[in-house]
Design a protein around this ligand. Structure first.
Ligand SMILES: Nc1ncnc2c1ncn2[C@@H]1O[C@H](COP(=O)(O)OP(=O)(O)OP(=O)(O)O)[C@@H](O)[C@H]1O
Length: 336
């Protein structure tokens, strides 16, 4: 499969007198093959929007290379831009225009035949409300209009930042079907989302970014399989003992992800060793079961953003269990 999108070693550094140097992108890589629905995932502030804006020529990177449809960007952007549809951050529409007028105006400006307006209205499910003013639309309807505007030029690559934002469950399901249909027709779709269950259902492959670096990528099943080896869920008689248990297990070399009422341990080949270790520390297990990992737990583990009882993780902090309970800032986010 040819690569539709390639990013290698992308760096973007922001400098400010007050906050010093901030590495929004710290040698980030990404590869998306043709006809895939590709999920782009990362916690708040991890660099997703910076990546997409850099790709679209809106931000100048400090280093790295990028190619869209086999052409190096930003140099070749004028040549490829007609084949890329993108919504990065919510677009603003004239509130007094209807969806049909809005799309008609955009089609005219982009040299797209007017017949395409009706096609995209139908595709995103706005046909019956197309005559009404945008200011009367719900958030989800505006989101559908945004997707319709990105689809106008029948792009080869569609980039959507949080397309399910504001959609109701029915709308999310329709968006899922639309993305799959578009990919089946040969379009490549890159979407960022925080709805990880949705990404798992919809995407063929994913890239996970944390603190400006890629921490996982590949087909969804491969990413899940790579992280499901020997995972077990542990509950204790006393929830208050979880932090102590996480600490003891981490010191013994077990990889621990803390959830509010249980721990998930990775790479456990002998569950009995876990119960023994905890019992020796006066901590008593009430449940120990193998878990099939989902994308959410992989995400929380790789980005170290699992909630820890009693702590309020701040943006830019990666809360590592077992480091004395103190939130830590992993390399790459702040500082030089
Ligand atoms: N213009 C700017 N000046 C300084 N720092 C910036 C600027 N734009 C982004 N950043 C910083 O770069 C980092 C990455 O931001 P970015 O918007 O790419 O994150 P994101 O992954 O899209 O987050 P979210 O999921 O919250 O949208 C953040 O720490 C952010 O504060």
């Amino acid at each position: 499969m040819p690569a539709v999108l390639e990013i290698e070693g992308l760096r973007k550094t922001y400098r400010s007198r007050r906050r010093g140097v901030r590495h929004a992108l710290d040698g980030f890589d990404m590869l998306v093959e043709q006809g895939q629905v590709h999920g782009f995932l990362g916690p708040n502030g991890s660099g997703k929007t910076t990546t997409l804006r850099t790709l679209l020529g809106l931000i100048r990177p400090n280093a790295g290379r990028m190619a869209i449809l086999g052409q190096e960007v930003p140099d070749a952007l004028p040549a490829v831009v007609g084949r890329v549809g993108a919504i990065v951050e919510s677009p603003q529409f004239f509130p007094h225009f209807s969806a049909r007028d809005t799309l008609s105006l955009l089609a005219g400006a982009g040299g797209v035949p007017q017949a395409r307006v009706e096609e995209v209205l139908e595709l995103v499910g706005l046909r019956d409300r197309a005559k009404e003013r945008v200011k009367t639309y719900s958030l989800g309807m505006k989101q559908r209009l945004a997707v319709a505007s990105a689809l106008l030029k029948d792009p080869k690559l569609l980039i959507l930042d949080e397309p399910a934002n504001g959609l109701d469950p029915g709308g999310i399901r329709e968006m899922r079907t639309l993305m799959r249909d578009l990919a089946a027709s040969g379009m490549t779709v890159v979407l960022s989302s925080h709805i990880l269950g949705e990404i798992q259902l919809i995407c063929d492959s994913v890239t996970i970014i944390s603190l400006g670096r890629r921490v996982a990528f590949g087909p969804v099943e491969q990413v899940l399989a790579a992280h499901s080896q020997g995972s077990v869920r542990v509950r204790l008689e006393a929830v208050a003992d979880l932090a102590a248990a996480a600490d003891a297990l981490t010191r013994a070399g077990v990889q621990v992800t803390a959830q509010p009422d249980h721990l998930v341990l990775a790479g456990v080949d002998k569950p009995a060793a876990v119960t023994r270790l905890l019992a020796e520390n006066g901590l008593y297990v009430s449940e120990l079961v193998p878990v099939t990992v989902d994308l959410e737990s992989v995400f929380l583990e790789l980005t170290a953003t699992a909630p820890v009882p009693g702590q309020h993780r701040q943006v830019d902090e990666s809360t590592k269990v077992g480091d004395g309970g103190q939130p830590s800032v992993a390399g790459g986010g702040w500082g030089v």
